[in-house]
Design a protein around this ligand. Sequence first.
Ligand SMILES: Cc1ncc(C[n+]2csc(CCOP(=O)(O)OP(=O)(O)O)c2C)c(N)n1
Length: 318
Amino acid sequence: MNSDEQKKLLRMMLLIRRFEEKLVDLSKDPQKLSGMMIVCTGQEAISAGVGAALEADDVIISNHRSHGHLLAKGAEPDLIMAEIFGRRTGYNKGKSGTLHIAVPEVNALCTTTVVGGGIPIAVGTAFAMQYRQKNDVTVCFFGDGAADEGSFHEALNLASLWNLPVIFICENNVYAGAQRQEEHARIKDVAVRAAAYAMRSEIVDGNDALAVHQAARKAREDCLSGAGPVLIECKTYRWGGHSTTDHQLYQPANEIARWKERCPILKLKASLTRTGALTNQQVERLEKEAGQQVEHAVQFALDSPWPAPEEALEDVYV
Ligand SMILES: Cc1ncc(C[n+]2csc(CCOP(=O)(O)OP(=O)(O)O)c2C)c(N)n1
């Protein structure tokens, strides 16, 4: 990745961080933003690194921690924000809210909060790609908790059997809800499960955007060369609670502090300034621009109309 591409990566992580910090802040007052927010603070390198490895026609399938995935796939911050605010101008006309946003415009086809539910869907879209002889891949994001669901195992088995162009991205952020990984599985690394399906797997530092990007790029090449699907386990950490309504009493303060020292944004920032690719002033400008983009998105959402009551049943299939 050249330094311009790395700067884009940093810019994306900053956007995701600011975007979600704003959501967390606004949701403290239900008059400003109602509902709980599920954010990926601390995990931004995964969305940004994978997003930068994909092409426009590649598909992503996301889960409840979706904002970063969507932004990194190219969704417009204004339209995501409007959706989260439930406004008519949002990507789903205000009907999905924060947890079910789909952005077919950028091939972010589905966000599902059914834990593990997106994994077989990704296998389905990858099957369609193979059947139609497309040169595209599907990426599925999920957590370590989802890897304990039956759907994970069935989906990996079929993906391997049919050699489908699908990349499974497990964001192992130590917790599934309030449970640490060792409380819900005996294995230390989710990646070892790929062997049961004769699938290649890789463990990467999920706080290193460049490493994530490299692994995703390589997995994409593997998929397209017919070498089959790949499982990438990104080791990372959820800085906050499961959602904004979780007081994270089960997360030791020193553990959070240790992981904050390994902030993915600080890491890339330090590397870019060390090599001279960016000055501190340029970094500050990037941070300011990300903040402005988010403020613009909030204003856009606030200026947007609510959906009309008679629209409630439009676009509803069942
Ligand atoms: C099938 C199903 N079971 C339980 C839940 C409740 N639930 C929502 S998120 C979550 C934890 C998921 O953990 P993980 O897959 O590791 O993702 P993370 O939240 O850590 O990103 C649970 C249990 C759900 N939404 N769907």
